[in-house]
Design a protein around this ligand. Structure first.
Ligand SMILES: CC(=O)N[C@H]1[C@@H](OP(=O)(O)OP(=O)(O)OC[C@H]2O[C@@H](n3ccc(=O)[nH]c3=O)[C@H](O)[C@@H]2O)O[C@H](CO)[C@@H](O)[C@@H]1O
Ligand SMILES: C=C(OP(=O)(O)O)C(=O)O
Length: 435
């Protein structure tokens, strides 16, 4: 069976949509259940491929997993089957998603050793893991990479707290080192820590489990190791990348959409970046209301120079929304330079947008200039393949705005991170069919 979406575009959408629980938070906090033998209940878990794969992996490792309802699970990591880590199943499943790297910190903390196959995931450029393993080494672990079987191995009979200056503010790297440090002996200080809301959520959950962490929300975390952690209950935040994607969808298709229960204060500069593209949005209670807009005009900088939108570690703008910003700029009035600093192969999908009629100059692998069409000319539908999760959704947004029919192949990429996206878009009036 092909796995594709067929979209008949050009129709404005209308209605309300509720964001799923956050994918990237889910991957962190579900890994953290390995830190205790007690029960951990997590709610608002999105029903998406990456998260389901991680839950399945934990089940294979011996964690007792129960699905309480559609979005709530309990986890009990009483007995972990160490033989599983030597199996072929672990090799294929463990490398199947980026997030699985975050089982290493908890396993190391609890059992003194861990291994993981080199993670797969999106083809969006080099994604080094040095931060993770340099951090574990600082805590006293031995690290080796076996190029023959592609496994990273870490060993530590006794993790010892210390001062760690992370070599970059890696999100999953910080999460991994935090999870190793909570059960280490003594005090660990992590400077240059990533501090995005999902990491804050992880730290808050660990604190409820008995961990001693201060500096949450900053780039300097101090962790006093404890002997053991206990169970807890935790609810995931709404997915800020989904929220940003829906703002982009509304603007690009000229639709009136209300995004429900967004937890606005956790969105950082995301709404402001879309506002700089000229998109009107209104906060109503905790919902974001986006009116139908035929035209939106990109601001210039104060000195009149062309707007640049670039990514940066939190509280900067997330790289995961730059592809969406790029697509939305296609129908804006004015020009913008999109600068993807973190990932080096994430902008190549503009080829497909050029085929659809967009005015974009790919300056180099990191930068693209978009010259807005101001809805004077519509994009045209084409057949295309989704290269990664966010490019995939961006192409979907482009297709929904385009005249005629588009087919998007390789939609597994989209479904890695967007829950039941076709059904939810249909509820807003989108003409989208799965083939
Ligand atoms: C499962 C998960 O949570 N994935 C997210 C996580 O990935 P992940 O944790 O893998 O990403 P990292 O934060 O480690 O790094 C992302 C990229 O940015 C570069 N980098 C990072 C920090 C820095 O100060 N300077 C710099 O250039 C890295 O070299 C890398 O190329 O964070 C990324 C950055 O927000 C997001 O795109 C991913 O969706
Ligand atoms: C790049 C992403 O995910 P991952 O880190 O899981 O590849 C993303 O969510 O945009």
């Amino acid at each position: 069976m092909t796995n594709a979406f067929v979209i008949n575009g050009g129709k404005p959408l209308k209605g309300e949509i509720t964001p799923q629980g956050a994918k990237n938070e889910a991957l962190q906090v579900i890994s953290a259940v390995l830190l205790t033998e007690e029960k951990v209940t997590i709610s608002n878990i999105p029903d998406i491929k990456d998260v389901n794969k991680l839950i399945e992996l934990l089940g294979d490792m011996g964690v007792i997993v129960e699905r309480v309802n559609e979005h709530t699970y309990t986890f009990e990591a009483k007995d972990i089957n160490q033989d599983f880590f030597l199996s072929e199943a672990f090799k294929s499943k463990g490398g199947g998603l980026r997030g699985s790297i975050m089982i290493v910190g908890p396993l190391l903390a609890r059992f003194g050793k861990a291994s993981i196959p080199k993670p797969g995931g999106d083809k969006i450029g080099r994604r080094r893991l040095d931060t993770h393993f340099l951090g574990f080494e600082k805590l006293g672990a031995q690290f080796n990479y076996n190029p023959e079987n592609g496994f990273f191995n870490v060993d530590a009979s006794n993790l010892q707290g210390t001062y760690i200056l992370l070599d970059e503010a890696s999100v999953t790297g910080t999460a991994n080192v935090v999870m190793a440090a909570v059960l280490a002996k003594g005090t660990t200080t992590i400077y240059n820590a990533a501090c995005e809301p999902y990491l804050q959520q992880l730290c808050k959950m660990l604190s409820r489990m008995g961990a001693k962490i201060s500096g949450i929300g900053s780039n300097l975390l101090t962790i006093e190791g404890v002997e053991r952690l206990g169970g807890t209950e935790h609810r995931l935040l709404p997915d800020m990348i989904e929220i940003g994607s829906f703002i982009g969808l509304a603007a690009m298709t000229g639709s009136e959409i209300t995004i429900k229960d967004v937890q606005y204060k956790e969105l950082g500069m995301i709404p402001d970046v879309f506002k700089r593209l000229g998109i009107k949005l209104e906060l109503r209670g905790d919902d974001i209301f986006i009116p139908a807009q035929e035209h939106y005009e990109i601001e210039t900088f104060i000195d009149g120079s062309i707007m640049t939108i670039a990514d940066a570690p939190w509280p900067g703008f997330t790289p995961d929304l730059l592809s969406i910003v790029l697509v939305v700029a296609i129908q804006a009035k004015g020009s913008v330079l999109i600068h993807q600093k973190m990932f080096e192969s994430r902008l190549f999908f503009v080829d497909k947008l050029l085929d659809m009629g967009a005015q974009i100059i790919l300056c180099d692998p990191h930068r693209a200039t978009v010259i807005g069409l101001d809805n004077q000319v519509k994009l045209r539908g084409i057949s295309m393949t989704s290269p990664d999760i966010r490019a995939g959704v961006s192409l979907l947004i482009a297709a929904l705005s385009a005249q005629g029919q588009s087919t998007i192949y390789n939609i597994e990429q989209i479904e890695r991170g967007y829950q039941h996206i076709d059904t939810r878009l249909k509820a807003l009036g989108a003409d989208i069919t799965r083939i």
